[in-house]
Design a binder for this molecule. Sequence first.
Ligand SMILES: NC(=O)c1ccc[n+]([C@@H]2O[C@H](COP(=O)([O-])OP(=O)(O)OC[C@H]3O[C@@H](n4cnc5c(N)ncnc54)[C@H](OP(=O)(O)O)[C@@H]3O)[C@@H](O)[C@H]2O)c1
Length: 328
Amino acid sequence: MKAVTYTRYGDPDVLRVADVPTPAPGDQEVLIRVRAAETTKSDCEFRSFRYSVNWFWLPLRIAVGVIRPRRPILGMYFAGEVVSVGGRVTRFAPGDQVFGCTGLRLGAYGEYMVLPESAAIGPKPRNMTFAEAAAVPLGGLNALHFMRRAGVKPGEQVLINGAGGSIGAHAVQIARSMGARVTAVDHGIKEELVRRLGADDFVDYTTGDVTTTNRKFDVIFDMVAGSPYRRLIGMLQPGGRYLHGNPRLSVLLRSVPTTRFTDKTVVVAFAPETREDLATLARMAEAGEIRSIVDRVYPMSEVADAHRRVETEQRLGAVVITVASTPG
Ligand SMILES: NC(=O)c1ccc[n+]([C@@H]2O[C@H](COP(=O)([O-])OP(=O)(O)OC[C@H]3O[C@@H](n4cnc5c(N)ncnc54)[C@H](OP(=O)(O)O)[C@@H]3O)[C@@H](O)[C@H]2O)c1
């Protein structure tokens, strides 16, 4: 089968389309023909091993490969079709259209991949193409986790910092579906996109500073490494919650006294990616509560360009590669 592989960390040109053996499913595994995979900021970070947050560099490098990548096929978020299943698989059958995430197994940039039946895989939203569905799991699972942790209530004021990114764009929609009023902060080129997704107000971080607006929020969800912690905490209402999905070490350390000694709560977390949450997202997509905005779809052979588009942050929505020969 064809797959996008990389054998050393580096710039997008380290990615190559190569012929590799097609995997075979074990007893409790499913073989999936991948149709589309989102090209994410995380994929670019795995490829280059450059992070804006450094405290997990060493444990992650040990997990992923110290000298060179241990798993040569990137890709965590996908949509595709079940081709065959192991003898003890009960949840899936050949022909099922699915979407989901691989976790640290990676491999979604290959035409075929094997995942355990228990992985975060579920039926693809029926109203989405493969490309649209592949763009849901990263943003949707992370945003759903953090918005639930925030306990967003109808009428609350929610600020989303980094609202035009994969996770932020889903957070805007999920916060709105929970009845919140959403203020989005991102680059001005993304204003039209996040307003279309439901943001009520927008602040362009390149020309303005939301922390000088005298506004107060019940919830602040932050995906931006290095944002001004003290000033953002100062924008919270009493009982307010600050959630950070991309925290530097200093935020981790300061989160404990803030939560313990003030009336504000700080949550820093890696979102677990579960099949239950995936099923919730599929229901929300089919009910029209969340939409998938695809910026561009690239064929597998142009994966380096797809990575460049993500890294240069010109995209408006998700960048997706089509992996199998029939685009979705
Ligand atoms: N906690 C978790 O469980 C978890 C899970 C997955 C990923 N992550 C990490 O979270 C990070 C973000 O993920 P993502 O996929 O959503 O990234 P993304 O798609 O690149 O989104 C980040 C957004 O923030 C914007 N931004 C940059 N600087 C900003 C600033 N100062 N103020 C406001 N907005 C700003 C970016 O716009 P411009 O750059 O165009 O200005 C971009 O639209 C990644 O580094 C990833 O590794 C965390």
